[in-house]
Each structure stands twice: as C-alpha cells, then as structure tokens.
Design a protein around this ligand. Sequence first.
Ligand code: UTP
Length: 279
Amino acid sequence: MIKKCLFPAAGYGTRFLPATKAMPKEMLPVVNKPLIQYGVEEALDAGLTEISIVTGRGKRALEDHFDISYELENQIKGTDKEKYLVGIRKLLDECSFSYTRQTEMKGLGHAILTGRPLIGDEPFAVVLADDLCVNLEGDGVLTQMVKLYKQYRCTIVAIQEVDPQETNKYGVIAGDLIGDDLYRVRNMVEKPKPEDAPSNLAIIGRYILTPDIFKLIEDTEPGKGGEIQITDALMKQAQDGCVIAYKFKGKRFDCGGAEGYIEATNFCFENFYKTGKAY
Ligand code: UTP
C-alpha cells in the first residue's frame, strides 16, 4: 500500500516576499503551526509514514522542525507548555523523514523528479504544503484519495471548482464523469486563460502518483515559464492509461498568497486553536 508522501518544498515563494526571503514558505505559521506540519499530519492520518521532503537553499529550518530540540524540551519539561509539542512529537515518533535538495528550481515536475531516489518504484502521495486542506466533517483529503487509489490503482489528482476568471492560476482538467465527484481525465491545460480553459475544475496540491510518472517527467520538455510542469506529464499519463480527478470533500486554502493565508488563519483559529485542537 502507499506509505510514502513527497513534499516538494524548494520553491522560492515569491508571492509571499519579503517574508519568504530567508524563511521557507512552508514554515509560515498558520496560527501556531507551520504549514508543513499541517501537511505531514494529514499524511500520517492517511497512513503515510515515510515523509520525503525536497528542499533547496535556505530551507534548513524544515529539517530542524522535524527533529528533537533537546535544550528547548528540557527547558519546558514538567511545565504546562509541554502540551504545545505533543503534536510534533507524535509525528517524530510515527514518521520517518528523508530529504533531498533541488539545486535548480525548474518547476514542480522537476521537483517531483528530484524526489525519485527517495520514492523508488512505488505509488506515492504528493502534498504541496502551501495548499492547506481541511475537512471538519470526516476523512482528511489524502485519506479520501488513498481510499480511491485502493479502488482504482491509478494516478489520482485532487480538483476543486474555481472562479472561471481564475483558471490562469491552475492546471485545469476536462473529463468524463465516472462516479460521485470523480472524473476520468481527458484533457489538462496548465494555467489557461479563462477563454481557453476546458472547464473550471482546477488541480490543487494533492496527488497520488504511480511511479511511471517519473519516466514521463523525464521525457517532458520545459513548458510555461521554462519550468517542467507536472501537468504535461500527467496529460501523457492520462492519454496512455488512466488519471482520475477527484472533487474532494473539505476546504482548501491557498496559503501561498496573503488572502488565502489570512482565510486559513481565521479558520484554524476558530476551529482548532479556540477549541483546543491545535497542538
Ligand atoms: P508554487 O509555484 O506554488 O511555489 O509551486 P513557489 O514557486 O514557491 O511560489 P511563488 O509562485 O513563487 O510564490 C508549487 C509547489 O512546488 C514547489 C513549491 O515549493 C511549492 O510547494 N516547487 C516549485 C519546488 O519544490 N520546486 C520548484 O522548482 C518549483
């Protein structure tokens, strides 16, 4: 079954400058927890315990976050502040963490390919930690996707209906409805203008990929912006075999920009922090 989860976290985070000049965007706190911790918690909830992170220059804080901090822990031992570290300790106890560095930021597809030595020849999940996903009503988004993978055994991408005027921010799909909230992908376009978009169903930062994707990325020429786009490799996978797009249950906040980040902060403050579920 799926055990591995890859976090591409090498991007520059230019939409959030200057905050991201010397700090990884994945370490931006939403209330009291960095974005990447929400992502790893979602992965663990889905049974994914082998966490692989693609980092880059200036991203060392990510590795330090998923490690023991002896001095600090000794300092708060026996005080009521120990509760603040219960969540992160659980992640350290139950997950393994491995890292590799992307030396040139050549896009998400390239970042995923950089993670290949950590993944090997097995299906795996991908989480873009700046997309914060929550579902208060039931299973987390990755848990929903792992269940679907067990049924379909092919690549699954999470999608969401977006404002038709905003398709130029996303990979957009066209597909045939094959079940409740499930589409078999026929076409996929990276960041189309609204008038060229095949639908308003946009791919967000959760994927389950079968390992043949690596070869397809290798064969992908740089696309928009000189970057190697995962959308192009997924399109080939959809043409040759099967890619399923899943309209997930829950909410997604784009924390790569200020607006989504503030919405996520308010949401998490109300639903997790104030209710004592934030650690
Ligand atoms: P984004 O385009 O959202 O991230 O990439 P970015 O480039 O960091 O952000 P902006 O647009 O400049 O503000 C989606 C995900 O892919 C990772 C990013 O870290 C993010 O999680 N990524 C992107 C890489 O790891 N490497 C890359 O070369 C590009």
